[in-house]
Design a binder for this molecule. Sequence first.
Ligand code: NAG
Ligand code: NAG
Ligand code: NAG
Length: 420
Amino acid sequence: MGISTAAAIALTAALFIPIFPSTAVKADGNLIAALDPPPKSPTVGLCASVIMPAGFPCSQNTGNSRFKNTSTQTKDGYVLGLQRVSSPSVIVGQKSSPVLLIHGLFMAGDAWFMDSANQSLGFILATQGFDVWVGNVRGTRWSHGHVSLSEKDKDFWDWSWQELALYDLGEMIRYVYSVTNSKVFVVGHSQGTIMSLAALTQPDIATMVEATALLCPISYLEHITAPFVLRLVKMHLDEVIVAMGIHELNFKSDMGTRIMDMMCDGHLECGDLLNSITGENCCFNSSRIDFYLEFEPHPTSSKNLRHLFQMIRKGTFAMYDYGTWKNLIYYSQIKPPAFDLSSIPSSLPIWMGYGGKDALADVSDVQHTLKELPLKPDLLYLENYGHIDFLLSVKSKEDVYDSMLAFFSSHVGTSSSSSY
Ligand SMILES: *[C@@H]1O[C@H](CO)[C@@H](O)[C@H](O)[C@H]1NC(C)=O
Ligand SMILES: *[C@@H]1O[C@H](CO)[C@@H](O)[C@H](O)[C@H]1NC(C)=O
Ligand SMILES: *[C@@H]1O[C@H](CO)[C@@H](O)[C@H](O)[C@H]1NC(C)=O
């Protein structure tokens, strides 16, 4: 087996559909320990656990009002976590451009800082002089709950990527824009690209964005090839868990591991989960898996999984489908409204990095996205890259980020005289 079960678990955790077969866990005592929630991280915070130890200045909100300047509250009451990272060597007199990083499903802001300072995008952008803002969506361990709901409330988990895009990302962009008084570069990975593309269809959000870089861009999920994901879709896992009364999907919980037991029982592809979920990854460092597992996976909502599965089933890039009658109530139409990619401003520069081995952001779905965008993005295609490589490849700087940085450099400040 080219990639160990442990690797499969870490990567799955990190990305799209998490898998924790207890058989794999039992086979490796270390994993049991690694699956326990890290005891200190929720209180210590992302800055103190990975960013400052690497020598980078970092500030973050703690969820209390004293630090309101780095906290964002969505219009539906969630208090998000935002960290701000700068270069260890102060660049005097240089105004740095703000860049907001938006992570994927089952991940959080830590995703951008998992490897060394010259491998991880968060560190690289700070070193290059960018004013780096690290987003963490509702429900992740770096966000700060809700003004009135507790995580134990069913209603706390009543959202999908639609709210993450229109409320969380919209609010983070607005916040960074207002604090820095500058248009914001936005970088997304995986679900972070779904959120970015959906948010950018909204003129009031797009107008605050300088340019965007999308790693493993997804708007359509019609052609995903990942066999394990397709099986979960076919067996309606999304509906099953809601019927079981599970509204929070947390694979660091007992319930989470039990669900994975159920999903994997007797199924061959669980022996090679990584490949059956993300596609083959060429270039990540498998000896760092225990470290990744200290952070991933973060929780998300069952409703979010259901929305993603709707996209796979229907081939649409649309709002959450409540079913005919409820759609009439929520949307005044039978079908949920689609996000219209052609309404993204044609003056907004877009860069995309995608891989030939990515089983989630499939090349034909990327082509579909490209066809609907009003402007041809700058494209980087890496034939041997899978879904995880864009984040964790040991060579991602040379292979991916240098191209993204060149794109950003060519657009720094260019929008000041243009208007949407
Ligand atoms: C936010 O406010 C706190 C307290 O006033 C301050 O210590 C911190 O540096 C501020 N952070 C930013 C990013 O402005
Ligand atoms: C990354 O940085 C470390 C120390 O900061 C250095 O030893 C190493 O050679 C660097 N690697 C690359 C590929 O530049
Ligand atoms: C892989 O991870 C190990 C453990 O953290 C580290 O010592 C090694 O330098 C990493 N290799 C590369 C190529 O980054």
